[in-house]
Design a protein around this ligand. Sequence first.
Ligand SMILES: Cc1cc2nc3c(=O)[nH]c(=O)nc-3n(C[C@H](O)[C@H](O)[C@H](O)COP(=O)(O)OP(=O)(O)OC[C@H]3O[C@@H](n4cnc5c(N)ncnc54)[C@H](O)[C@@H]3O)c2cc1C
Length: 201
Amino acid sequence: MAGAALGTGILGDALAWPFFEERHRAFAATLSDWADAALPGLPHGDVDAACRARVRALGDAGFLKAVVPAAHGGLTEALDVRTLCLAREILAARDGLADFSFAMQGLGTGSITLAGPEAMKRRILPGIRDGERIAAFALSEKEAGSDVAAMATTAAPDGNSHVRIDGEKTWISNGGIADHYIVFARSGEGPGARGLSAYLV
Ligand SMILES: Cc1cc2nc3c(=O)[nH]c(=O)nc-3n(C[C@H](O)[C@H](O)[C@H](O)COP(=O)(O)OP(=O)(O)OC[C@H]3O[C@@H](n4cnc5c(N)ncnc54)[C@H](O)[C@@H]3O)c2cc1C
């Protein structure tokens, strides 16, 4: 099957399920056709360059609009999880790194989209949508993976209008090549999972 076009066939009859709408079927067909044609030509080898190439190609083709709300040039008014699931299935079946690149653009901006100030959204989201910026999401630590409440990294005002973040993260995808990091840290409003905040670094 190597090199053969997969089309939407990899989704089986899932596209006929009642919670998918015509717009989802159209998105899946367009992305599948593009992925069959474009992904085999992207570079492998150096993983950082390969990742940058995939983010840029997904942005140029307009598919990263799915990770940004319409107010900032995205596909739907609010992020549409069904569209995100379809995109990940379609990309992962062909090219794991393409799926990874797509997913990280959303993971590394989801907290901005959901809770960030308007000025931050205007500054960050268009470049993510166009594949010009790369996002990262820094939550995991040596002793805090599934158990996020065990997070040890701290954040506190430095007395100079900024926040000082102290700690060590691990497993951070896009580490070293990201244009920004959403870093989770203990801000102290409450115990365990209640006292955590996300910071744009
Ligand atoms: C390729 C890769 C990329 C990653 N990228 C990122 C990233 O970009 N940013 C980031 O923040 N993190 C990232 N991670 C980290 C990832 O999110 C963590 O590995 C994950 O949260 C699991 O944490 P852990 O490895 O500490 O495993 P643990 O939390 O120690 O879990 C180990 C095992 O115990 C099970 N387990 C845990 N808790 C319970 C429970 N209460 N009851 C029963 N079973 C339980 C789990 O299911 C698992 O099987 C990445 C990991 C990988 C492998």
